[in-house]
Design a protein around this ligand. Sequence first.
Ligand code: DMJ
Length: 576
Amino acid sequence: MMLSRNYGTCLILFLLASSTLFAPSISQLDSPWAAKKRHMREEVRKMFYHAYENYMKHAFPHDELKPLTKSFTDSLSELGNLKLEHLPNNYNGSALSLIESLSSLVIMGNNTEFERAVRWLSENLTFNVDARINLFECNIRVLGGLISAHILATDSTNRLVQGSYKNQLLNLAEDLGRRILPAFATPTGLPYAWINLKYGVIENETTETSTSGCGSLILEMGALSRLTGDPRYESAALRALRKLWSMRSSLNLLGTTLDVTTGEWIEYSSGIGAGVDSFYEYLCKAYILFGKEDYWRMFQSAYLAVQKYFRHGPWYHEADMRTGKATYWQLTSLQAFWPGLQVLVGDIAAANSSHREFVNVWKKYGVIPERYLLDHQMLHPTEKYYPLRPELAESTFYLYQATKDPWYIQVGESIVNSLNSYTKVEGGFASVRDVTTMQLEDHQHSFFLAETCKYLYLLFDDSFLVDRNYIFTTEGHPLPILSSWHEKLPETYIPTNWTYAKGEQQTRRASAMSRQVCPAMALKSGYGVQPMESACHIPDTRADHRCFGDEECGVDSTTCRRRSCSMAGYCGLWIL
Ligand code: DMJ
């Protein structure tokens, strides 16, 4: 019995589109790597349950576990507190870590526990509470967790008992959606970062928010609209996203923070890390999920600007959105998601080279420090922590799916080993306060259950994805790619000028983008690149992308544009 508390309970878009690519070949099954993967899968399963059971024992139904003191926290500055019905007035908590665990339970095949959790949430969770919550965090963790779990609960292929399930999670999600809508009632349509679930936006609420705070809501709110037939959620998120995009500079760059009432930038410097990261991710994934070409156009321009102004070899620095000039030369732990996004768009070589640098940092410190000052070659004095973040595991999963290179299995193994040796304690998994001393901090973030364990598990065992077609939200919650979602609300538009691979089933069309073929280019064979990846992809001559002339650069897999050699000697999409 797992629970000690009685609680009554955009691409390798081929990766997403082609179920056959998830299927293990006979040779893979027979290989020594198959045994290694099985062993590692079990190691990850143990990790997940150690974290989950300790949460259930010591913290549930509060939000998150404090593994050192075996207690709980509801005082997430990011999320505020939600309250549960049927519990004493002073008993706060939204069972956040339980909501975040739902899709991981299904992926690991524990349908019984999933059902018990769904039943408990259906009976106990309420959002009618005087709680000031962070819109972004609540959207990706709570709304995303509920919507994804609702879809899993109603998907017959999961063989979950559905008799007792009557859309309670969707009803909860809709209730939450209604409560967060007033945050969008600003002159610009850009939402406030904070809202009280009972009383709406409170007086004198801060008008400052981040780019990711108003640019990464579209997956969850769009899915909510598709599931409920109520277009308001998607429209609000889309309006905010369009407004944000209109605020870009002539270089197609955005800042990091802005004012929601004036629509003016507060911080002009930005990169691909904190405050911006999921904005890029959601442009690409919104295109995959909803098929609107608008998203792809925005993503493409934004992606090219990132590669042009932020990238320095395998590293990414920050730059001023107005001038494109470098501002801060810093490596941050959150940036490690970028190679995963690059896999989605088929830029495997670039993904691989950045990923390798993050792996080197992981090897150097045992985990990835939150911030490293590249120009001073030292850790940031106050950001030496590692809060069990998932980003490196996430990118490793995507790169393994794209390449099947067993090296990524080894990377995953070393991530698991580090987590077990440095962060596992009797009461769960603890964040690292200081990577130089490996001193621990009393906090097991919910994303450890939602993402870190999930991506590691999927790296070693992707059977959940076989014959399925999912995109993962920024919090690791799976959403199915359905052709019907490409045809509904609020506008219908599916590009027709693309070539689709043969044998594609219309009902499972998935991301239209996944089958995009650049018409003028023929696939070059002999590079070990599968046609499905991108029909125009020609790798740079050197794996590290160094060059002396344009002829050593290949053709970009996303844009099908010829790459050129920069003054600094790197191949890239330097000339727009
Ligand atoms: C997660 O909550 C999400 O992935 C978010 O987009 C940023 N990163 C954290 C975990 O590191």
